[in-house]
Design a protein around this ligand. Structure first.
Ligand code: FNR
Length: 378
């Protein structure tokens, strides 16, 4: 069918929009949702356009290699999948289809604790591949440990702790181009199917309870106010490396290094949490600088839509990038095949960018290959 072969990531978005608006409009709203005035969301894409490439010429003899290593595990491309809820609402078994496509592409997927698929079921359906497990620091330690023990048992290689959700962004205010149909909570925004796992921010995932935060929380809370102490507890419970997702400042990054974590995903939660924070690409250099020499690996997500975006993030110090919405769009366009194609497009674009910038290896990519628009003499 004509829809199955988008030529770039923007086409995935356009076709997914067309398809989902026709069949599952509220799901489209959920995916594209951003908070507040959408400043952070809009800027997350625009930030990439403020940097220009500085190609090196006549230096390459061979096709570049895109292999790199994240927390000791090799990946074929530095383009990984962010933890995203709602994949099974886009298509049945969505998380597994994405996981399988990532594995076939030789890259990493982070499994979301807000996924409607249980981590143990994901592990059964997708036995091979490189996976990390994401969780919030829920007040209910049992649900965290359930994820941790499953991740350990399934051979997942790290835990991703999302730290930018002390409260969930609830109200869509100000400018919004997606109408008033938006359901603005992360976990209950996706249309529910029978038997789908519900989740409360305070209590963690609940298998059988319907989504009723007011009554399922002992304290009538929907908050997830975790602290560095809770992180220290988690660290004492597992040997898995810990990656913090949602750090945007040098100060928080230094604190994270002190806490003994292993990696940081510089992220603004796709512009879905605190509006007005800097786009991740702009925050990236100060975080990279802050953790220098510590051995902590720094990645980023938010607004990555092309191979050239990937290259720019790597030039500014990211070890790898993650993509969120592109995976959901790709699932909507053509299921697991769509995700595979989406990753192949990123790979092809990124490889060409490396070649045209004269970079043979990932380690050749540094800040000399990008120039911020403010550095040009007009
Ligand atoms: C997310 N994100 C997210 N993050 C997380 O830590 N746990 C989660 O369950 C989810 N769920 C989720 C659902 C949907 C529909 C979206 C769009 C996003 C945030 C995600 O991991 C990532 O940070 C952003 O999506 C990255 O931005 P881009 O790539 O979407 O621009």
């Amino acid at each position: 069918e004509k829809h199955s072969e988008p030529a770039n990531i923007h086409e995935f978005e356009r076709i997914a929009e067309e398809k989902l608006k026709a069949s599952k409009n509220s799901l489209w709203s959920y995916i594209i949702k951003a908070s507040g005035d959408r400043q952070t969301y809009d800027e997350s894409m625009r930030a990439f356009k403020r940097y220009f490439l500085q190609p090196q010429v006549l230096t390459l003899r061979e096709k570049p290699s895109t292999w790199t290593i994240v927390l000791g595990n090799p990946i074929r491309i530095p383009i990984c999948i962010s933890p995203v809820a709602g994949q099974a609402s886009v298509i049945e078994g969505g998380d597994a289809l994405t996981g399988d496509a990532a594995a076939k592409a030789g890259t990493l997927m982070v499994f979301s604790s807000s996924s409607s698929m249980k981590i143990e079921d994901f592990g059964k359906v997708v036995p091979r591949g490189l996976f990390w497990a994401q969780t919030d620091l829920y007040r209910d330690k049992k649900s965290i440990l359930n994820i941790v023990r499953n991740a350990e048992g399934l051979g997942f290689k790290a835990l991703v702790i999302t730290v930018d959700t002390p409260v969930e962004f609830m109200a869509s205010s100000g400018k919004s181009d997606i109408g008033d149909e938006v359901d603005t909570t992360e976990t209950n925004g996706a249309p529910k199917k029978d038997g789908e796992k519900k989740e409360c921010k305070g209590c963690g995932p609940t298998d059988d309870t319907p989504w009723q935060p007011k009554t399922c929380c002992a304290k009538n809370e929907t908050f997830c106010m975790a602290t560095w102490q809770d992180l220290a507890w988690l660290k004492s419970e597992t040997k898995l490396p810990i990656v913090l997702k949602g750090i945007l400042t040098a100060k928080a990054a230094r604190r994270a290094v002190t806490a003994g974590i292993d990696g940081i995903i510089v992220s603004a939660h796709g512009g879905r949490q605190l509006d007005g924070v800097p786009p991740p690409l702009m925050a990236l250099p100060e975080v990279v600088e802050a953790v220098k020499g510590s051995g902590v690996e720094v990645y980023m997500d938010g607004g990555v839509r092309s191979g050239s975006d990937v290259f720019k993030a790597m030039a500014l110090g990211a070890r790898a990038v993650f993509v969120g919405r592109p995976a959901l769009w790709a699932l909507a366009v053509n299921g697991g095949e769509g995700v595979r194609r989406m990753l192949r497009i990123f790979e092809d674009e990124f490889t060409s960018t490396m070649a045209m910038c004269g970079c043979q290896q990932i380690r050749d990519i540094d800040s000399s290959f990008v120039k911020h628009e403010s550095q040009f003499r007009y």
